[in-house]
Design a protein around this ligand. Structure first.
Ligand code: ADP
Ligand code: MG
Length: 279
């Protein structure tokens, strides 16, 4: 089967949900069968993909052990795209999970038969390093960390990477960092350029070459319940997310158990191109 990517950062408003929705749609456009798992009680990915919030069964039911991801998956608006909706009940998971026998493994233990159905799975995480995010990191093969191109971007990233190391050491030894993604980049501002440079200096190849520009189209699309790739296919935001999907694939989309699955994704690609500046 394909890889499971957690899209995570404990900071809110950095572009996690936007990336889950639009990267998912971009993969779908490239012919992949994509599943987006919404783990945030705000349900923004669910709504952004055209479903109602509090639709059931939801990821809350999965984390409670009532159902599996495979059973809860529903067709989203765009072709090739499915979603397991979130519900506001997820607020309760923070207190309920620790009471279970394997609190950090609920998602992993309840994925169900997804192998034959999906080529890529993207998990949209809540803005916290609590038990719900840990469940995502335990179930995932790779992590994509969106970082907003603004002041103090590095703050929090180090803390997040520490959590990643802990999860890898204690619960999921094959978990890899797919990459850090610069989002909401405004190329006209010196600040955004400085932040991008600082990130690349610190984390070098770990930072995706593709940068997501800040655009009105990306911000507008969710209010129509469709990804930007459908709302405005030729826009810069849409082009950037397609480029990101291609870059993620080039960094190693080999099957979980096949060759490449354990390779260091940061070493695997060397393509020029800066989608933020293109189109
Ligand atoms: P998170 O899931 O990390 O909390 P979101 O993806 O919800 O962050 O993004 C936060 C806000 O920023 C949302 O209102 C979203 O529409 C907006 N946003 C995200 N990415 C972009 C972008 N590339 N251009 C313009 N607005 C964006
Ligand atoms: Mg979000």
């Amino acid at each position: 089967m394909g890889l499971i990517y957690a899209i995570a950062n404990q900071k809110g408003g950095v572009g996690k949900t936007t990336t889950a929705v639009n990267l998912g749609a971009a993969f779908a456009r490239l012919g992949k069968r994509v599943l987006v798992i919404d783990l945030d009680q705000q349900c923004n990915a669910t709504v952004g993909l055209g479903l109602d919030k509090d639709d059931q069964p939801s990821t809350y039911d999965v984390l409670s052990g009532e159902t599996t991801i495979a059973e809860a998956a529903k067709a989203a608006g765009p072709d090739n795209l499915w979603v397991v909706p979130a519900s506001r009940d997820l607020a309760g998971s923070v207190v309920e999970l620790p009471r279970l026998e394997r609190p950090n493994f609920q998602l992993r233990d309840h994925m169900g038969e997804i192998d034959d159905h999906f080529d890529v799975v993207l998990i949209d995480c809540p803005p916290a390093l609590g038990p719900v995010t840990v469940n995502a990191l335990v179930a995932a093969d790779r992590v994509i960390v969106p970082v907003q191109a603004e002041y103090l971007a590095l703050e929090g990233l180090v803390e997040f990477l520490d959590t990643l190391s802990t999860v890898r050491r204690e619960m999921n030894p094959t978990l890899e960092l797919a990459g850090v993604l610069v989002t909401m980049h405004d190329e006209r501002t010196r600040l955004a350029q400085d932040v991008e440079r600082e990130l690349r200096d610190h984390f070098s190849e770990t930072v995706f070459r593709t940068v997501i520009p800040r655009t009105v189209r990306v911000a507008e699309a969710p209010s129509y319940g469709i990804p930007v790739t459908d709302y405005s296919p030729s826009s810069r935001g849409s082009t950037a997310y397609i480029a990101l999907a291609e870059e993620v694939i080039s960094r190693g989309s080999a099957s979980r158990h096949g060759p490449g699955a354990r390779g260091d994704p940061a070493r695997e690609r060397d393509r020029p191109g800066h989608a933020g500046a293109a189109g």
